[in-house]
Write a protein that binds this ligand. Sequence first.
Ligand code: MG
Length: 202
Amino acid sequence: MKIICIGRNYAKHIEELENEKPENPVVFLKPDSAILPKKMPFFIPPFSSNIHYEVEVLVKINKVGKYIAPKFAHKYYETVGLGIDFTARDLQAKCKEKGLPWEKAKAFDGSAVVGDFFPKEDFDINNTTFQLHKNGDIVQDGNTQSMLWKVDELISYVSQFFTLKKGDIIFTGTPAGVGKVEENDVLTGTINGKQAFQIKIK
Ligand code: MG
């Protein structure tokens, strides 16, 4: 399986990182080795001193698809989840400065938290609230209605480049409020009021 991630999909997050609003979705991949095993803590890697959390809504692809039209995209997922796109912001800044790929900053081991998935019938995918709580305080509070590109548009867009396969996961971008993790932090993700994951930072 592969993980396809979308960057810069919420205007307020683009502003907080002083990025330009893209003409098309920003797309990058994480390998399956990036998935943090269930119930494992996240260990801050030695190559970064500025790991950021980015809470994101996830969709899990349920069948093979290529060149999927937006109006048919809803047929390609049955479950919606929540996860974290951990980012080594210091390494990413160096990569961006030199115009280099982001993989070392985005796709390292443990960088993809994949929480629980729920049936898509539980959601209005274009109006779903989700939160990241750090040590009990809400640090990110998003709603999918603020996405620049909606889930179905993202599925359509990425399927032009990558054949989607059953089990692939799309990370749909993070809202504003990203920040640094510290040892002993506890990160809890909620979507539609339900807890999808809880991660300890070590
Ligand atoms: Mg992200």
